[in-house]
Design a protein around this ligand. Structure first.
Ligand SMILES: NC(=O)c1ccc[n+]([C@@H]2O[C@H](COP(=O)([O-])OP(=O)(O)OC[C@H]3O[C@@H](n4cnc5c(N)ncnc54)[C@H](OP(=O)(O)O)[C@@H]3O)[C@@H](O)[C@H]2O)c1
Length: 253
């Protein structure tokens, strides 16, 4: 498939976590809108299928839970042609509360969702500094706002990502680099197919990818959607614990 000319602020994008779901839709949207796209994840086959469909998309398999694998991918890309927008979208999720909480699962979630992002930053920031430009986007979640039901293992990893982004944003500013955090609500993907509860304001991956790319193009620090769910969760974030747990108790019944 050919690319359209783009009116986006970057010429190239690296999507990490691009073999399914939001990341895959984002990689395809970027390719359609004319960006040179590098698509990464562990599974080679879906990445190579996309590369066959878009002449401006390249597959670069990696495992974010292995920092050496991330560094090797960064070395492969090289400084001169390093992508201008890097979206860390890799993630893993087991739904549930206390009944699913155990050390092994929490360690795995942190290794992928949080330390995977740290390994990525560790490897790419020196390159972005050398080049003195670049935009990094980390996909967290609206679950990062407050502890939510069914997210005992996953939620803390997303809260950690949001805290990390808030903490390092001024450092990015000083370096003249852009940093964004993407906080989606519910999007229909293999990840959320596991949910047995009703997901309010569920979006399709294409809509989520459009909202992500458009928000990032405006260089927003926080890109978040869908608006009705965002409004509700922002309100819940303001409540004192006594009212918050009452509200959450009603929602989760
Ligand atoms: N769907 C939602 O409602 C929702 C809401 C809020 C936030 N999010 C976040 O959005 C991101 C994408 O999720 P999704 O819903 O699109 O789920 P998904 O379809 O399951 O996609 C997850 C992606 O992460 C990749 N990944 C997992 N472990 C990896 C590893 N060790 N190394 C490299 N890549 C790895 C997967 O590829 P491989 O398995 O091939 O490695 C896949 O491409 C996640 O960070 C998720 O937490 C999703």
């Amino acid at each position: 498939m050919g690319a359209q000319t783009n009116n986006l602020p970057w010429r190239s994008m690296w999507v990490i976590g691009a073999s399914s779901g939001i990341g895959q839709a984002l990689a395809e949207l970027g390719a359609k809108r004319g960006l040179d796209v590098v698509a990464s994840a562990r599974r080679r086959e879906p990445l190579e299928q996309m590369a066959e469909s878009y002449s401006n998309l390249t597959a670069l398999p990696l495992d974010v839970s292995d920092p050496a694998s991330v560094s090797a991918a960064v070395d492969t890309l090289g400084v001169d042609n390093f992508p201008e927008l890097i979206v860390f979208c890799a993630g893993t999720y087991v739904p549930g509360g206390l009944e699913v909480l155990n050390y092994e699962s929490a360690e795995h979630h942190f290794k992928v969702n949080y330390l995977g992002a740290v390994a990525t930053l560790d490897a790419i920031v020196p390159v972005l500094k050398k080049r003195a430009r670049g935009h990094v986007a980390i996909v967290s979640s609206l679950t990062a706002y407050r502890g939510l039901p069914k997210a005992a293992v996953y939620g803390p990893t997303k809260a950690a990502l949001l805290s990390l982004c808030e903490t390092i944003k001024p450092d990015f500013d000083k370096l003249g680099l852009d940093l964004s955090v993407v906080n989606p609500g519910f999007v229909r993907t293999p990840m959320t197919d596991k949910n047995e509860f009703k997901m309010p304001f569920l979006m399709e991956t294409e809509e989520a990818a459009e909202a992500t790319l458009d928000g990032l193009a405006k260089k927003q620090f926080e890109v978040t959607f869908p608006a009705p769910l965002v409004r509700r969760l922002r309100f819940l974030r303001l409540l004192p614990y006594s009212l918050y747990f009452k509200a959450i108790g009603r929602i989760s019944q």
